[in-house]
Structures are given as structure tokens and as C-alpha cells.
Design a protein around this ligand. Structure first.
Ligand code: AP5
Length: 217
């Protein structure tokens, strides 16, 4: 399957996308992870992206397109879950072009929805492993040993853009630039709505049932 996961910051896109991709043998392609890696390595793209990410804005489309195009070279045919891309209508058209060049198209755009009053505590409690990228939550999804990654034994860290004032700016960016993609994909008959409330397992169950219906179409 070739899928896009949409949703506001903290809706659970990464949590669900990683699990769905692993269980279905799909590639998990996260532009947020790729950008954070570029920032950490200090690449030219990373140096440009860093202040924009820390302020809660969108990194320029050309930078992100180059990263996605490189990943889709290998992953387009195998099937993928795109997590955090596209983020605006220009990126959605870029993606259509990349797929059309290979005679491919998306199967669905999954919109994981969650109200803003749930988002802030979710992001405030998020911790991640700087080595493998695994995401935890201090209460909802804690590691076995507090503050330590179950897989790597590394100390978990908090993302710099999870501070409350940056989260509010990320939500503003989402409403203005990314939310219009919901109508964009609905018009193309590709939108699948999934309620992001409840436990990660409950959301995963809803997601699986919704995508099973798409597969059978
Ligand atoms: P990105 O990393 O994509 O951030 P985001 O979209 O804001 O999404 P998050 O990663 O914050 O949340 P999520 O929905 O994945 O939730 P998660 O599963 O982690 O992008 C970061 C920045 O990079 C952007 O602001 C932008 O600057 C730049 N960028 C990225 N892509 C770009 C693009 N295409 N174009 C331009 N710029 C781009 O869950 C959150 C927390 O909640 C975790 O702690 C998790 O354990 C917990 N949790 C998850 N599900 C549940 C549940 N059901 N119940 C309780 N807790 C839960």
C-alpha cells in the first residue's frame, strides 16, 4: 500500500505509522525524522531547517521534496507510509508527480484527528530515543526503566519543539497550511478519517479496520 498520514502535531501519526509499516512490511518515511537527522549531522539542509523547526514553521518545500524523492527511489514500489508529508498543497502535487513518474498513485490519505486540549499534554510528555528514534510517553507509553530506551539503553530526550509556545505555533501552521489537505484528498476520494482519541491500541484497531475497507475496494 502507498499511504499518507495527516493530522495535527501530536495526533499519533508517528506512533501509528511506525507500527503499521512494521507489521505490513512497508517503508516508514518520516520527513520530521529525516529533518532532525539532517539537523543533528549539520548538513546544509539541516542548518537551514533548524531555526524554522525550532520556531514551529514549515521547512522550504524544495528541501523536503529532495529528501522524499531520494527515499521513494527505493521505497515507492515496495509500498510506504509517508508520515508528515505532504504538509501543504504544493507538496501534495509534488508527491503526485513523483508517483506518476513511476506509474503509481496513493491508495489513501489517513487523517488522524485529535482535539487541541489532548495534544498539549501528549506532546509535553513525549520522550524519544536519540539513537533509534523510538517514541515514548511518560504516562501513556512509558519505557520499562524511567527515562531509558527499552531497545538501546540510551537516555531519552525531549524534542526542542515540544515546548508549549512552539507547540502552539506548530498548531497554527497546521491549521493554516496542512489542514486544507483534508479537503484536497477528500475531493480525490482518498481520505480516510481515523479518530486519534483513546489508547494507542484502540487507535491502531480503528486504523486497521479503515484501511482493510480501502484494500477491499
Ligand atoms: P514532525 O516530526 O512531522 O512533527 P508533527 O507533525 O508536529 O508531529 P509529531 O511528531 O509532533 O506528532 P505525531 O502525530 O507523530 O505524534 P506521536 O506519534 O509522536 O515535524 C517536525 C517539524 O519538522 C515540523 O514542525 C516542520 O518544521 C518540519 N517538517 C516535517 N515535515 C515537513 C514537511 N513535509 N514540510 C515542511 N516542514 C516539515 O505522538 C505524540 C506523543 O503522544 C508521544 O509521546 C506518543 O507516545 C503519545 N501518544 C501517541 N498516541 C497516543 C495515544 N493514543 N494515547 C496517548 N498517548 C499517545
Amino acid at each position: 500500500m502507498r499511504l499518507v498520514f495527516l493530522g495535527p502535531p501530536g495526533a499519533g501519526k508517528g506512533t501509528q505509522a511506525v507500527r503499521f509499516a512494521r507489521e505490513r512490511g512497508l517503508a516508514h518515511v518520516s520527513t520530521g525524522d529525516m529533518l532532525r537527522s539532517a539537523v543533528e549531522r549539520g548538513t546544509p539542509a539541516g542548518r537551514k531547517a533548524k531555526p524554522i523547526m525550532e520556531a514551529g514553521g514549515l521547512v522550504p518545500d524544495e528541501i523536503v521534496l529532495e529528501m522524499v524523492a531520494e527515499r521513494l527511489e527505493t521505497d515507492a514500489a515496495k509500498g510506504f507510509v509517508l508520515d508528515g508529508y505532504p504538509r501543504n498543497t504544493k507538496q501534495a502535487r509534488d508527491l503526485e508527480g513523483l508517483l506518476a513518474d513511476r506509474g503509481l498513485r496513493l491508495d489513501a490519505a489517513v487523517n488522524i484527528d485529535l482535539s487541541e486540549d489532548v495534544i498539549i499534554p501528549r506532546l509535553a510528555g513525549r520522550r524519544s530515543c536519540p539513537k533509534c528514534g523510538r517514541v515514548y510517553h511518560v504516562r501513556a507509553n512509558p519505557p520499562a526503566r524511567e527515562g531509558i530506551c527499552d531497545d538501546e539503553g540510551t537516555a531519552l530526550v525531549q524534542r526542542p519543539d515540544d515546548r508549549e509556545e512552539v507547540v502552539r505555533e506548530r498548531m497554527r501552521t497546521y491549521r493554516e497550511k496542512t489542514a486544507p489537505l483534508i479537503a484536497y484528498y477528500r475531493e480525490r476520494g482518498l481520505l480516510v478519517d481515523v479518530d486519534g482519541g483513546g489508547t494507542p491500541d484502540e487507535v491502531y484497531g480503528r486504523l486497521g479496520r479503515a484501511l482493510e475497507a480501502v484494500r477491499k475496494k
